[in-house]
Design a protein around this ligand. Sequence first.
Ligand code: PMP
Length: 351
Amino acid sequence: MNRFWSSVVHTLTPYVPGEQPKQTDLVKLNTNENPYPPSPQALAVMAKEAAETLRLYPDPNADRLKHAIADYYGIKSQQVFVGNGSDEVLAHAFLGLLKHELPLLFPDISYSFYPVYCGLYDIAYQTIPLTDQFEIDPDDYDIPNGAIIFPNPNAPTGRLLPLSAVELLLKQHSDSVVVVDEAYIDFGGESAISLVDRYPNLLVIQTLSKSRSLAGLRVGFAVGHAELIEALERVKNSFNSYPLDRFAISGAVAAFEDKAYFEETCRRVMSTRDQLANKLTQMGFQVLPSAANFLFARHPDRDAEELAARLRERSIIVRHFKQARIDQFLRITIGTDEQTQRLIDALELIL
Ligand code: PMP
């Protein structure tokens, strides 16, 4: 490393994203994308945008999208923040915690970007182990803290914390910001957005990457009390981050408007998930209950890394984490019924 750089750079632990292979004929079940295409209405609107208005700059405030999200959830547009994917929204939320004297709390086994942001921004944090059943127990968070963040459903476990338990955390930590990262909430969970008017310390973050099939568009958003949202806007404007582009704004608005398509594709993913969970259980896997678009499963007699490698030989990619406590699990994204059948056929040959 160049001697002119700060030694801090040496200490950063970069995030390792799931593989995005160039080969296109793979059954790609490793990064929790939606197997179904985006809403046809969203695609049509984006094509129109390309033809008619791409020569013009986008609205730096993406007001149209903020209003669409506010209308969808029955809140005010001042309660909505938008960003280039929820990763960017999360990054801004973490920046809001800079120089806080108390640690940020998050579960041990959670979204692996959290410790990366803490390292990058030098934010103190403390991890709280999941229970034996890989659940978040609100009572374990009874520690002085500056903020709490967790995905709900959790990633990569898929386990859901019921809304009543989220509310308990909000009550117990009324002096802290509680950030609920709801990247996977639309696959069977109940969003905490319904609580934002009652809890000024709540920030809910969602994405259009999963349930709305728009991972490539990069749109995420946060919902919370207007003061929390204003703080995020300040961070964003200080950071001079890129505004959402015209495709992102128009495609995301149309995706929210096409509720029927969204509901149908979510229903299909959930139905395939529940069928796959049954099948894997019959094959001897232990499958954690999932409210997400993936399953987290282990086989008592087969090494997970080896299983992932054998699936890969058959052009199926699933995710394996070399991490204590979960290194015998595979995280399997829910694909189409056809992809799921290919996975089952391959596992029957391998096991
Ligand atoms: N939160 C969680 C828990 C995730 O798993 C992901 C996807 N890797 C994200 C946030 C970020 O998603 P995106 O940036 O595509 O909105």
